[in-house]
Ligand binder design. Structure first.
Ligand code: NVA
Length: 316
């Protein structure tokens, strides 16, 4: 029995990531194939921030795995204010078979994971969005023709280099053996310690990570072009300052034309047309954003199946 958590992209190995992505593709074709939560066993889905895809994909996913999805509004619980993170976590851990949490500081979910004996899954923190990047890698793998095509492929991200998506592309993409390029204004770089980890992972897995303020160089020859909002949840007070510096990093048709003709456009959503990308890109033929949204369901189900297998010691 091994208790594993998924608090950031590099909580798993290259081979484990590939196995989860393959499983995601398998269960996309046969949605009710595995029922490890039959009983039903409950999974807590907590969120301290706004949500659409996270709530829906985990709720549907846990139900399809035979379980009971228990959505909890973290603001009602006031986790860490009305009740300590440790006490909330221990109560949930006594009744649920896994806990999914969307919150602010990464240290909050790390504290939760340190006091429970069930898997904890990061459904977005200020630093990482690893479930989204699993879904994104599945989407890129589908476009390229398989998970084994990810190593060596180029993923270029445009926008806030210091947000959760940029960080998870750096770690998750590097873990997959990809060439990850973050195109960002120099005032919005990735956190140095996360970039350093991504560089170490990339050199181990045979890929690379690059941070640049040159959008054309970033887009050239890319297999996938990604972007995200310029104003992440929790940064609303900074919204005005987060406009002008990002305009040169907007994904438009001219930038898409620098990528491979077969390149896809991805965005975790919510998207703001006319800001981080033009409407013709997100609504155009190269866009895979709704496949990507759907893949949250499949990738997260695969992740939960895998985490429960580790716990039960049934992994091969
Ligand atoms: N970077 C965005 C991702 C939304 C899913 C945010 O944190 O708001």
């Amino acid at each position: 029995m091994t208790l594993r958590h998924f608090l950031k992209d590099t909580a798993i190995s290259h081979d484990e990531q590939a196995a989860i992505l393959r499983l995601a593709m398998e269960i996309k074709a046969d949605r009710l194939k595995y029922q490890p939560l039959a009983g039903p066993k409950a999974v807590a889905i907590l969120t301290d921030k706004p949500t659409l895809r996270t709530q829906v994909s985990f709720t549907v996913g846990v139900a399809e795995l035979g379980g009971y999805p228990m959505f909890v509004d973290g603001n009602l619980v006031a986790i860490g204010k009305r009740e300590s993170i440790s006490d909330v976590s221990k109560v949930l851990g006594r009744m649920c078979h896994a806990i999914v949490w969307r919150t602010y500081g990464q240290e909050r979910i790390e504290e939760m994971a340190s006091v429970v004996s069930v898997p904890v899954v990061n459904a977005l923190t200020d630093d990482y969005h690893p479930c989204q990047v699993l879904a994104d890698l599945q989407t890129v793998a589908e476009a390229l023709g398989g998970v084994d095509k990810l190593p060596g492929a180029k993923l270029a991200y445009f926008g806030d280099g210091g947000n959760n998506m940029a960080h998870s592309y750096l770690l998750g993409g590097a873990l997959a053996g990809m060439h990850v390029v973050i195109a960002t204004p120099s005032a919005y770089p990735p956190k140095p310690e996360i970039l350093a980890e991504a560089q170490a992972v990339a050199s181990r897995e045979g890929g690379s990570v690059t941070v640049t303020d040159d959008p054309v160089a970033a887009a050239t020859g890319a297999d996938a072009i990604a972007t995200d909002t310029w104003v992440s949840m929790g940064m609303e007070g900074d919204a005005e300052a987060r406009q002008a510096p990002f305009v040169p990093f907007r994904v438009d048709a001219a930038l898409m034309a620098m990528a491979k003709p077969s390149a896809i456009f991805i965005h975790c959503l919510p998207a703001y047309r006319g800001k981080e990308m033009t409407a013709d890109v997100i609504d155009g033929l190269q866009s895979r954003v709704f496949d990507e949204a759907e893949n949250r369901l499949h990738a997260q189900k695969a992740l939960l199946i895998w985490l429960l297998q580790q716990l039960e010691g049934t992994e091969s």
